[in-house]
Design a protein around this ligand. Structure first.
Ligand code: ADP
Length: 679
């Protein structure tokens, strides 16, 4: 069956979970006493009106925005739904605020971030400019405490300020791989309750990859001086803690040694890794082991390809170093400049299968895959609808830039100058099931590539039309768009246009238009699979916080799974009851635990069924067609080894991903999505 949204009223179109739990708990406006002030339909009306107020013809556009949101074809990120037309008025989900190397700025940034969390946004920080632990502090004659200890301050702040009173804040901490404290950073989250309010990512450079390839060491820089770091005693004590004869009192808390030497293979690095007073370098393999070991233990740190992000940036950072990117937002889909913010929106691909779409099996024969998928999609996709939603979505997000308020003047200015937006997708996995394409297969990778390319090109064309109507983003002159022939391959990749046709410059309204977000809550409202992820499981618990779920975690069924059951005359109520019972008893071991015909289950490969390569190749296909990045988790099995985790990272990096997160099943006790009841 095709997935369609039915129901005359907005309430009828929403699932019971969305209507009765998610929207009331977090999205519907409330009065001072906590009384709910609006219905879901009124919420969409409020958002449509507020966003369309940026238009010359607000009525027409408000109707369109309302239509596309209540049709669940397009949804903006949570802060837009929560705050548009409301008292907070801050509509962006993504911010980057990076502290400078001085105490005032470190604590100013804490205050600024608190303001962002209050409005429901998430913040990424680069801590790479902070001097390392044990470095000199001239004013006090003391020693610096280093990025990781300041991160604990940020963590505590985030814990304390619940975002907008609605969700707990999300933070991303980034440190460059050539920072002296990279070791401490990599092991900082070993204990699960440490830096709980942070995702952490290592900004990995091309020099590092080259050293790793050559099994060589690479130089470590002190951000305070800009020169190669001269090893301090604190640095030496930390890195040399792996020596067999190290004084146990010198071993800092949390160091790999506590976990047994074999864990990171430090045996190979016996002897002093670094010497006090010497110029510092580290064996790339040693640092890589720390990264991989952390990811194997509990999913962190991730890897952020910082040089690649800057190469793909709309500004040439060699000639305009002020535009350099050092961090991403919390879930990784938006590399941003310091003080930049971005708002996101998502096209619901699960609704884009054509009414009479053929199945891929009709096209599955030898020959050129690209051409076959193109012919297939021409029939299988409702291209008209996809293009319309992409155009409206792009316009919606550009309007959001105009109407959003920001908690700081620096952010307001940076955003106004650049106007970055992030249009992406949700429901990709459910689209594939409808088309009979298996997630992770060659065909699915080609579908991902072609669908996202289309969205990217249509969104870019829309931004170009908006530039004609409303003007280019103010920093356009400094950007690569002003010089398409100078940056020919970049230009082709990001616009799908021939640079010769735009030799005098390509007018555009937004310096980036696309990225793929996780759509954690928005995909639940739209009742579809998240972002470009595979279906997590046909039924699972979603831990979304007590405000939404009360004592009981939400049970979420994959909507399309239920539709397929119904279409095949399976007793859906009985399967739902069985699934809830098994989940509650902790006995659910995947869809095959259910009394459902095997042929149906085969249509729904889930995150844990899929090989690592399937995850990576789909992510890479999306990445190749966005301006920003892609948020995706590469799931590996519980019994995956550290080498398997390393392979996943390497493959993702080799295939061009900008941000990579690997998660080994069951490696955290608390998971957002799970099939096990809470302990
Ligand atoms: P949603 O579906 O709620 O709109 P996503 O899961 O798509 O959000 O995440 C998009 C971005 O929103 C993240 O990268 C992050 O910047 C921000 N974000 C997500 N969850 C939170 C949170 N709990 N608090 C603050 N910001 C968040």
């Amino acid at each position: 069956p095709r997935k369609r949204v039915t129901g005359d009223t907005v309430e009828e179109r929403l699932t019971a979970n969305a209507r009765e739990r998610i929207l009331p708990a977090r999205y519907l406006l409330r009065d001072e006493d906590g009384g709910i002030l609006e219905t879901p339909a009124e919420m969409f009306e409020r958002v449509a009106d507020a966003v369309a107020s940026a238009e010359d013809d607000p009525e027409t556009w408000s109707d369109r925005f309302y239509e596309t949101m209540t049709g669940l074809e397009f949804l903006p990120n949570s802060p837009t739904l929560m705050n548009a037309g409301g008292p907070l008025g801050q509509l962006a989900a993504c911010f980057v605020l990076s502290p400078d190397d001085d105490l005032d700025d470190i604590f100013d940034t804490v205050r600024q971030a608190a303001r962002v969390f209050q409005s429901g946004g998430g913040v990424g920080y680069s801590f790479s400019d902070l001097r390392p632990r044990g470095d000199v502090v001239a004013e006090t004659g003391g020693v610096a405490s280093g990025p990781v200890s300041f991160m604990r301050v940020y963590d505590q702040m985030c814990e304390t300020v619940k975002a907008g009173g609605k969700r707990r804040g999300a933070q991303m901490g980034v440190l460059r791989v050539d920072h002296p404290d990279i070791g401490r950073f990599c092991v900082a989250k070993r204990e699960e309750d440490s830096l709980e309010n942070f995702n952490v990512s290592v900004a990995v450079t091309e020099d590092f990859w080259a050293a790793l390839e050559a099994d060589d060491s690479y130089e470590i820089y002190n951000p305070r001086t800009g020169d190669v770091h001269e090893v301090s005693e604190a640095t030496a004590a930390f890195y040399n803690a792996s020596r067999a004869d190290a004084d146990p009192r010198a071993v800092p808390e949390n160091v790999w040694r506590d976990y047994g030497d074999d864990v990171v293979g430090v045996d190979e690095f016996r002897g002093d890794l670094v010497e006090v007073g010497e110029p510092m370098s580290l064996p790339a393999r040693f640092v890589w082991r720390l990264v991989v070991d952390g990811a194997w233990r509990n999913g962190e740190p991730g890897v952020f390809e910082v040089d690649r992000a800057n190469r793909e940036h709309a500004f040439d950072v060699d000639t305009h170093p002020g535009h350099r990117i050092e961090a991403t937002n919390p879930c990784g889909e938006q590399p941003l400049e310091d003080f930049e913010a971005c708002n996101l929106g998502h096209v619901n691909l699960s609704l884009m299968a054509a009414e009479d779409a053929p199945l891929w099996s009709d096209f599955e024969h030898g020959g050129d895959l690209e051409a076959r998928v193109e012919a297939f999609l021409a029939e299988a996709l409702d291209v008209e609808r996809l293009d319309r939603v992409t155009r409206w979505g792009t316009r919606f997000l550009d309007d959001v830039v105009t109407v959003s308020e920001y908690p700081l003047p620096e952010i307001r200015e940076t955003v106004a100058d650049r106007r970055k937006i992030g249009l992406g997708v949700m429901g990709f996995a459910e689209l594939l099931v409808q088309l009979g394409v298996r997630y992770g297969s060659d065909a699915s990778v080609e579908v991902a590539d072609q669908v996202m390319a289309r969205i990217d090109h249509v969104a870019t064309a829309t931004s170009r039309e908006l530039a004609a109507e409303r003007g280019r983003f103010p920093r356009w002159d400094e950007s690569k768009y002003a010089h398409p022939t100078r940056y020919a391959s970049w230009f082709r990749r990001h616009t799908g246009e021939d640079p010769e046709d735009w030799a005098d410059g390509f007018p555009i309204r937004n310096h980036g238009v696309t990225s793929v977000a996780p759509t954690g809550t928005t995909s639940m409202i739209a009742d579809t699979s998240g972002g470009c992820e595979p279906i997590y499981e046909v039924v699972y618990f979603k831990n979304v916080g007590r405000d939404v779920q009360g004592a009981e975690p939400l049970v979420e069924f994959d909507d399309y799974f239920l539709r397929v059951l119904a279409a095949n005359d399976v007793d859906v109520d009985a399967v739902e009851a069985e699934a809830k019972r098994l989940l509650g008893e902790g006995e659910f071991e995947g869809a095959h635990s259910l009394s459902v015909p095997g042929e149906i289950l085969d249509l729904f490969p889930t995150a844990r069924d899929l090989p690592m390569e399937a995850h990576v190749r789909v992510q890479a296909a999306f990445q190749a067609n966005v301006d920003g990045a892609v948020s995706k988790t590469i799931n590996v099995a519980h019994d995956a080894t550290r080498d398997d985790v390393a392979d996943a990272y390497r493959l993702a990096v080799d295939l061009g991903c900008v941000g990579v997160t690997v998660y080994r099943a069951g490696s955290r006790t608390a998971q957002v999505l799970t099939t096990k009841p809470e302990e």
